[in-house]
Design a protein around this ligand. Sequence first.
Ligand code: ADP
Ligand code: NI
Length: 221
Amino acid sequence: MSIPRSKSVIEATETYARTQLTDTVTGHGWDHVDRVRQLARSIALSEGADLDIVDLAVLMHDVDDVKFSGDLQGPANAAESWFASLGVDLDLTAKIIEALTAASFTLGRPDESLSVEARCVRDADRLDAIGAVGIARAFAFGGSIGQSMLIQEDGSSTIDHFFSKLLSLNAGMSTRAGRRIARARHQFVVDFLERLSTELGQESLLQKQLHDSMATMRPGD
Ligand code: ADP
Ligand code: NI
């Protein structure tokens, strides 16, 4: 299929995504997509994935995201309409949609059922949530919704988000290149949490969480 592989479809999609992703505050905007694009491209090269499918899926993966549209299928629906308007082959559109749907944590499916392109997009999207960039994004997002910075009893702070989600992303990588990049980024997050505990003059946040989660485990869990 020559049309979608042409530069013009990618260029048109890039322009469209840029106009849709105008959020420059919470870490979900065009800058996020641009970073994920670079990560996804390098992962796709080592995995032998189709670069155009990966690129187009990354470009569309946060357009009409559930956070803004309230619809879990928002990006898939947006992509379907957008690629139809460009006359992109339905089969190819389905592959792009499969890859971008996998990026969603909520809609995530087991690795074995995902295409290699989907695994590249998902790993790249998750990598942008860890490391130094991931830490910055978490605090930006937390601030934007008026969330407390440090641990709260009800688990509603940005640091709680590290324990409920960010520290688990490392183990969920599904490509070799993704795992390699995640290892270093995960370690940076761990070091950050240890350093934060030291500066706060508190017991290690990591040790405390481990201790608390063991205390809430019942025999047989
Ligand atoms: P994406 O927009 O890439 O699909 P998410 O919507 O899951 O990913 O999250 C976007 C960014 O916002 C990530 O960096 C994530 O860590 C951060 N984030 C999401 N929920 C919270 C939260 N409750 N507290 C702090 N950061 C959050
Ligand atoms: Ni994303």
